[in-house]
Ligand binder design. Sequence first.
Ligand SMILES: NC(=O)c1ccc[n+]([C@@H]2O[C@H](COP(=O)([O-])OP(=O)(O)OC[C@H]3O[C@@H](n4cnc5c(N)ncnc54)[C@H](OP(=O)(O)O)[C@@H]3O)[C@@H](O)[C@H]2O)c1
Length: 328
Amino acid sequence: MKVALIGLGSVGRGVAEMLAKKDLGLTITGIADSKSAFMDPAGIDISRILANKKKNGSCGDQHLTAEDVIKKADYDALIEVTPTNALSGEPAIGYIRAALSRKKHVVTSNKGPIALAAKELRAMAKKKGVALRYEATVAGAIPVMHTLEHGLAGNEILALYGVLNGTCNFILTRMAAEGLTYEQALMEAREMGYAEADPTYDVQGIDAAIKLVILANTIWDNGVKLSDVDRTGIDLLTPDALRLADEEGCTIRLIAEANPKKHLLRVSPRILEKNHPLVNDGTLNALTFETDMAKEITLIGRGAGSIETASAIIGDLLYIRDHYVQRA
Ligand SMILES: NC(=O)c1ccc[n+]([C@@H]2O[C@H](COP(=O)([O-])OP(=O)(O)OC[C@H]3O[C@@H](n4cnc5c(N)ncnc54)[C@H](OP(=O)(O)O)[C@@H]3O)[C@@H](O)[C@H]2O)c1
């Protein structure tokens, strides 16, 4: 199967490296970053492109753009891994529309288009007879969407609870373990590369809320928006709050939760017993589904990272290969 890769940052590089390393029958025929692009219908030499990108910051021809690749390259599936814009969803929404209109399958790790325009994009994909898959948008490497689609098929999902932001989990882990202030733990998270220079999206619960919106709309198709989420971040938590929780055998985690029957859609710091399945240290993510038949199912794993996120994207690509391309 031929794929085009738009975005060659942390995730795009991870995907390219894994496709070059593993013999999965997936050939990259188009590639683009913010300033350049490259196309070869016979397959691109990924090692050369990655070396080029590392050396001079460009992945190919500066006269070509991502739009050129999406609109002209020879591919079956587009891999869209450009930065998330949670306000407009662009340029990703435009890229995805352009690929779908050419009857190309789309795999994305980008939360913006899925949180803002999933209904429209899913309808467009259905009309064109192609797939739109977005496993990597929620909880990185954890196969959340595959579990919902296959492992829990036939179950009614009653509610979900999750730790969906690794940066907050790291900060809370460090505050509890060492009695650090929020500011000290944030500084450590930055030094470890777990927090952005501007950590607002993470620490104010916006990133977790966007993922909660994606999950709720995927499971219940209830048209919820980011503004519907009742949201409190971790940036006002004090070491005293964590110490008091500790005295009761508990700790604090930023929990995203949804239960449509209770009209619950919330991200907030919650006190949990230390042996609760959602209490995991460091940057781990965890997600519990409450279902009618399987009862409670908890998934735990890495919520971010170059290769970890590539795992989710490649899972989606292989699903498309096996269920659409090889059957065509
Ligand atoms: N990093 C993770 O662990 C992770 C996990 C799950 C989901 N995600 C999501 O995956 C996406 C990619 O994340 P990332 O960490 O790889 O981001 P990143 O390191 O910032 O890389 C983004 C890439 O997109 C390119 N780009 C920017 N604007 C573009 C445009 N208009 N057209 C074409 N390419 C453009 C950039 O080009 P230049 O190289 O020229 O700057 C860069 O190569 C984001 O939406 C993120 O939220 C990331």
